[in-house]
Design a protein around this ligand. Structure first.
Ligand code: PMV
Length: 344
């Protein structure tokens, strides 16, 4: 049978974390840290899911899995997306062949980088492709899917995210599906055409954080000091807007705007109380090399994003990465604003 390799990117919040909870916009971008899904049709009526990077292996009889799937999609807890393929076609696909899945990823789990969404997007894309629910125009291009196809992929991936997370915003699966930048405000998503890919270092402090806990701390602060915190949230919104204008502009990128907005937003996030000594250490270490960083996501631990202007020498980048790695942090040099789901 047809062996498929599909990949989908993780996401990073560039600006607007926390403010987005209070009605402001957030800018989320694709990371070209990706999850790769290898699918091999088999003939023994089994579905196998192997994630060797994180030591997970599961297998199911196809008939058990299709029953589970039908129950899940018919249950109250999951509402189907506006466009969805008939379940029986998926069933017949599995009954005939069985499937072996192997997942490899450069994304860390539980770090706010959307690893579960990347997995979901890759998984549904492969299933929709194998069951001929989405076809490609016959080209060998990396991203043969457009418009309606991506909407179907995103809709199904959102269901998977709901099963995994309960009440996700839908940002992660959308960024992973479409790539580029997404503006998210008051539960409405808007895809922006990103004219510039940014080179960054993502550093995982590995300090565990609870998004729920951080969000509730900020809400408490806002309630206690509205006259202080509301203007902070307004300033974060202005930063997101300014950065959005810069990234979607066809003019050449002004690095100083990207830098200024990152350092300003980081300072405001500190005012909101979501900093952490480990985050501060990463910011200080990169600042010593003349680079600008901000925390990304919920804060209180988790990840830091450091902007690498185009002229940054590779030697310097590697030097910083080895210093951070020596402190026990995990670093990736990568791009933001790149392509969404793709077929290899
Ligand atoms: O935990 P992350 O990296 O997916 O980011 C959470 C972003 C918050 O704005 C803090 C919370 C939210 O639900 O938007």
């Amino acid at each position: 049978g047809e062996h498929l390799v599909v990949s989908a990117p993780g996401k990073v919040i560039l600006h607007g974390e926390h403010a987005v909870v209070h009605g402001k916009r957030a800018l989320a971008c694709s990371l070209n840290l990706r999850t790769y899904l290898h699918v091999t049709p088999s003939t023994d009526g089994m579905v196998r899911m192997n994630l060797p990077d994180i030591n997970i292996y599961r297998e199911w009889k196809v008939e058990d899995l299709t029953r589970l799937f039908a129950n899940k999609t018919q249950s109250e807890e999951v509402s189907l997306p506006p466009v969805y393929p008939p379940v029986d076609r998926f069933n017949s696909l599995c009954e005939i062949i069985g499937l072996d899945f192997m997942v490899s990823s450069n994304l860390p789990t539980s770090a706010g980088l959307g690893s579960s969404a990347a997995f979901a997007v890759a998984l549904v894309s492969s299933l929709l492709k194998l069951s001929n629910q989405i076809s490609d125009p016959g080209t060998q291009s990396f991203n043969p899917w457009t418009g309606d196809h991506l909407e179907v992929i995103n809709g199904w991936a959102f269901i998977a995210e709901k099963i995994i997370h309960g009440n996700p915003s839908g940002v992660d699966n959308s960024v992973s599906t479409y790539g580029g930048i997404v503006k998210y405000q008051n539960k409405a998503l808007e895809r922006l055409s990103c004219k510039h890919e940014l080179s960054v270092i993502i550093t995982n402090t590995k300090v565990p954080r609870s998004t729920k806990h951080m969000v509730s701390n900020v809400a408490d602060k806002l309630k206690q000091y509205p006259t202080v915190i509301n203007p902070v949230l307004d300033a974060v919104e202005a930063i997101s807007q300014r950065c959005q204008d810069e990234l979607t502009s066809t003019e050449s990128l002004d690095d100083s705007v990207i830098r200024d907005m990152m350092s300003a937003n980081h300072a405001l996030l500190c005012v909101l109380g979501v900093n952490h000594p480990a985050i501060e250490k990463v910011c200080r270490m990169t600042h010593d090399h003349g680079l600008t960083s901000k925390l990304t996501g919920a804060g209180g631990g988790g990840c830091v994003i450091t902007f690498l202007p185009a002229e940054t020498p590779e030697e310097k980048t590697q030097d910083i990465i080895s210093q951070l790695t020596n402190q026990g942090y995990e670093c990736w040099k990568t791009l933001v604003g790149g392509p969404g789901v793709g077929l290899h």
